[in-house]
Structures are given as structure tokens and as C-alpha cells.
Design a protein around this ligand. Structure first.
Ligand SMILES: C[S@@+](CC[C@H](N)C(=O)[O-])C[C@H]1O[C@@H](n2cnc3c(N)ncnc32)[C@H](O)[C@@H]1O
Ligand SMILES: Nc1nc2[nH]cc(C(=O)O)c2c(=O)[nH]1
Ligand code: SF4
Ligand SMILES: [Mg+2]
Length: 258
């Protein structure tokens, strides 16, 4: 069993019992990213992350983790209250820092849900995951002092050291149906992506097709996406990778619970 990295415990509304999961939010929406974009889904967002991307669109699960501890039964109950959905997306923060995410995924699987896990790919756990939506973090994510949203670059080195774990990444690719979803700002990100995809292909027994590699424009608002999406779409065509929109941002901008 992998050891969770040294995680700061999220601030909680409830007493930390050590059981259950720190939950930031549970909401019903359309999957906005990746090969299942457009599918009605319940999102379960855990709090706490082992990385600190400067651009993180879920600031209150990473830079300032907040949430309330909920036991697995109560999370399942909340998921089931959205009766139309048969897809569940477990995200965060980084959901796989929490061992209890495995229990939640087992319960969701037993209840018949299709499960997607949105993960940065640095921690592998054995769980019933129907789609591992892995977003390995590139150098463009590193919180340098100039880009740090909170401090003065205190996380730069730790983020840089931990953002890629080839063992965890390749174990996950071999274990699950996978999409590799890269956050792209511009053409300068592409050499790192092609190199990483080559390394994953060498390290795994699985065929990683070009259309399992997704380029997603960086931006947490429509305005920011206006500056990235066209170039990223062109890059997907040029390299033969798949483009993924951020449908939820196009539809609802950065509204909470979407
Ligand atoms: C908040 S993360 C949570 C899951 C996991 N920690 C991860 O990074 O994959 C969910 C998704 O949002 C993406 N993301 C975060 N901030 C973004 C931004 N500013 N622009 C585009 N994608 C972003 C991540 O790369 C990931 O695919
Ligand atoms: N609609 C919607 N789709 C998403 N796909 C991945 C998300 C995430 O934050 O992990 C996300 C999200 O926050 N909202
Ligand atoms: S790994 Fe995911 S949750 Fe963590 S800081 Fe980066 S985007 Fe945010
Ligand atoms: Mg999101």
C-alpha cells in the first residue's frame, strides 16, 4: 500500500475522526473535461493535495484546503440523491492521497455507478476505477515566486520534485482505462508532453494511443480560455492528440458547484 505523502490536514467544519473523507463539495453537473464530456455526473470533491499548481482552479482544496469530514455512507446517500446520474467523478484536491477513497470507490462500484477519478497521477491505489483521468503536471504548473497565489514560492521545490512519479503513473496506466489530460498554455509545453508520453509508453505494457492523450487549454474563466483554446486546438491537430474543451467553464464560467 503506498504511503500518502506528507499532507496537511484540511481545516474542517466537523471533528476530524480519522474516518471518512474530507469533502469540499458534492454537486451534480455535466462532466466538463475529457472523453466523457457532456455526461451528467455527480462530482465528489475531496480536500487536500500533495501538489500546488499555481493555476489550480480548486484553490480551496489545495492552497487553502477546506471541507468537512463525511463518512462513506453519508457521501453515498448524497450521491444517490441525484437520481438521474449513473456516473460519479471523484476529484479534489488529490483524491488518491486519501486511503478511504478506495472504500468510497468500492461502494460506488457496488451500487452500479461508473467511476471516473480525476488525479495528478502521483499516487497509485488499487480500486474499482472505470476511467483514470490522469492529469500529469508539467513544468508550466510550478508555483515559482512570481506565480505563487499565496506566498513567495515556498512550494516551488516540493512541487517540482513530486509532480511526476513514473512508477505510480505507469502502474496506473497499466491498471485502468486511462486518459492522459495535459493542461496546456502554449506551444512551449509540447516537447515536455511528447517526451512524457514516450516515457509512459516505454514503461507500460499498455498501448497508449494518441487519442488517449488530451490537450486541455489552461484557464479557469471564459476570459482566460479565450486566450488559450484556439492555440491548444491547433496544437492537438498538429500533433495528432485529442483536444478537450472545458465545457463547464464555457457553460457556467467559474460559478461554484459546476
Ligand atoms: C482541480 S484538479 C483535481 C484532480 C487532480 N488533483 C488533478 O490535478 O488532476 C481537476 C482538473 O482540473 C485541471 N485544472 C486545474 N486548474 C486548471 C486550470 N487553471 N486550467 C485548466 N485545467 C485546470 C487539472 O489539471 C485536473 O485535470
Ligand atoms: N463540470 C465539471 N467537470 C469537471 N471535470 C473535472 C472536474 C474537476 O474539477 O476535477 C470538473 C469540474 O469541476 N466540473
Ligand atoms: S494537482 Fe490538482 S488539485 Fe492539486 S494543485 Fe494541481 S490542479 Fe490543484
Ligand atoms: Mg474543476
Amino acid at each position: 500500500m503506498p504511503v500518502a505523502h506528507d499532507i496537511e490536514e484540511p481545516a474542517t467544519d466537523a471533528d476530524a475522526t480519522g474516518e471518512g473523507l474530507p469533502i469540499n463539495e458534492v454537486f451534480y453537473s455535466l462532466q466538463g473535461e475529457g472523453t466523457l464530456a457532456g455526461v451528467p455526473s455527480v462530482f465528489v470533491r475531496t480536500s487536500g493535495c500533495n501538489l500546488r499548481c499555481w493555476f489550480c482552479d480548486s484553490y480551496h482544496t489545495s492552497w487553502e484546503p477546506t471541507g468537512a469530514w463525511r463518512d462513506v455512507d453519508s457521501i453515498i446517500e448524497k450521491v444517490q440523491s441525484h437520481e438521474q446520474a449513473d456516473h460519479v467523478v471523484l476529484t479534489g484536491g488529490e483524491p488518491l492521497i486519501h486511503e478511504e477513497s478506495v472504500e468510497l470507490l468500492k461502494r460506488l462500484d457496488a451500487e452500479g455507478y461508473h467511476t471516473t477519478v480525476e488525479t495528478n497521477g502521483t499516487i497509485h491505489r488499487d480500486a474499482p476505477i472505470d476511467l483514470a483521468s490522469i492529469s500529469p503536471k508539467l513544468a508550466n504548473s510550478t508555483p515559482t515566486p512570481e506565480r505563487d497565489p499565496k506566498g513567495e514560492g515556498e512550494w516551488e521545490q516540493k512541487h517540482e520534485q513530486n509532480r511526476i512519479d513514473m512508477d505510480a503513473l505507469s502502474q496506473m496506466v497499466d491498471a485502468y482505462e486511462t486518459q492522459l489530460k495535459f493542461v496546456v498554455t502554449d506551444v512551449s509545453d509540447l516537447p515536455e508532453i511528447t517526451d512524457l508520453v514516450d516515457r509512459v509508453r516505454e514503461a507500460t505494457a499498455t498501448t497508449v494511443a494518441d487519442d488517449d492523450v488530451l490537450l486541455m487549454p489552461e484557464g479557469m474563466t471564459r476570459e482566460q480560455l479565450n486566450g488559450t483554446r484556439s492555440e491548444v486546438a491547433e496544437l492537438a491537430m498538429e500533433y495528432g492528440y485529442r483536444y478537450t474543451p472545458r465545457l463547464h467553464v464555457d457553460l457556467w464560467n467559474d460559478a461554484p458547484g459546476t
